[in-house]
Design a protein. Sequence first.
Length: 154
Amino acid sequence: MNKGSIIQVMGPVVDISFEGGELPALYNAIHLKSPEDDNETIVCEVALHLGDNSVRTVSMHTTDGLVRGQEAIDTGKPISVPVGEKVLGRILNVVGDPVDKKPPVESEERWSIHRDAPPFDEQDTSMEMLETGIKVIDLLEPYLKGGKTGLFGG
């Protein structure tokens, strides 16, 4: 594992320096110890190689309490989340941790958050209507399942 140290924190952006010239790849996950809780890990994602053995990362958690010189560990792989039947009906954050006050998802398979889209021959192309239960919307402006839909109102 490649180790580095924090050189700058600007809101959710964390700059990290790695010795030896071995920089983590773009989209790699970087783990930092939380200053508030020793059992919690702050996950950052490499967004940019700055040069001079430094990378710019974006934190997926709060950066409150992070300090210059704090150790950072390159995981060597991108952020991944659990997938499968056990994830259905659960609410997860971007790093795959549950936010629905239920126990962690015990899934054997994890996929990167930066996967390519499936090829068209693997996608379901059937058209099925999404019933909102609001008669006026279902009649005047029906929506297809699987599309991006946003309803706003009061």
